[in-house]
Design a protein around this ligand. Sequence first.
Ligand SMILES: [Fe+2]
Length: 432
Amino acid sequence: MTTDLRARTAVELLRARRRSIALTDAVDDGDLVRQHSPLMSPLVWDLAHIGNQEELWLVRDVGGRDPVRVDIDRFYDAFKHPRADRPSLPLLGPREARSYVGTVRDKVLDILDTVPLEGRRLVEQGFAFGMIVQHEQQHCETMLATHQLRAGEAVLTAPSPPSAQAGVYGEVLVPGGPFTMGTSTERWALDNERPAHTVDVPAFFIETAPVTNARFAEFIDDGGYLDRRWWSEPGWRHRVEAGLEGPMHWHGDGTRTHFGHRAPVEPDAPVVHVGYHEADAFARWSRKRLPTEAEWEKAARFDPVSGRSRRYPWGDADPGEAHANLGQRHLRPAPVGAYPDGASPLGVHQLIGDVWEWTATDFAGYPGFVAFPYREYSEVFFGPTYKVLRGGSFGTDASACRGTFRNWDLPIRRQIFSGIRLARDPRPGEVG
Ligand SMILES: [Fe+2]
């Protein structure tokens, strides 16, 4: 049992590392140390930070070994240095950073072979290793967003996503009543997903697909960005100050830039690179609203036949290629209807993968939340400042994506792979 767990954990660590290497080997040293946007770290910072977190948790804490580079800890502490300041730090250069992460990883694979995976909560079922796998994959998604912001020639390639196999449109009714939200059993679930608890969610309608580019373009064409009526007060203020006129990377002529390629916006694919404020304005213009986080999770996990909450919309099986557009297999969202095998029992498609979906809910701890293993993973972000996003994107790895997984960001952020799904309350008489 633990041999199997160790082997699977090693595979996950290697998979994450292959991706970090691919994302950093794709550009030259000048591009690695450059800051492509004040919103992002230089790629070389992400790389060494991945190694530093791995050293702190797995080499020093779990393994009880001597530090590899105690002198660099302070430069890679995300809380000490905001992204905009990171280029001015005495960071490891590309060669040093690569060698550092390799040294740390060699030690970690040795520790994984020998350390008991029980007796201490941090290592129970390999949790600390799983946390580090997810951390690396989360930074890979961040690095992918940096690639999207990078100017210059295209360097990343991937096959096109599958085309639509099913016509998916309209909305479904999710019946009212209690369901189990969060998890107490998922092996590598992070602190903010815990514990499992019952939430009573009144009946609501949710759209069966994310909002497409074509629908979002109608909002723009209807003057949606210029009409104060559709925007919240902070949303409108931000729209005016930032001069927003469409999703990030759109050019206003029906084209957008995607990882260095300029191409027509695909009408049937989910809109991506919109902030919470834009999502909220679009929802009002549509006479609908964003789902709450509980509604999103109920639509994704609740099986009305058994009454049970499942790990994913399609059931308990880990995500496969037919279920969802995850893991950077493709470099863009797939058209609506491309993943019929990934639909929920109620017929809601593409909840997992393609685009992160903004919810109306502020990021907060669940009842009974306990920070573990450190407050800075999620607890310090709780409060009205951050909105929750759900479901993962084409750039999210399956190891960091579950029906319970929670992401959060500022309402103005749109360099992330974020999109929109709409919900609404039933009208009088609509629900028997
Ligand atoms: Fe980090």
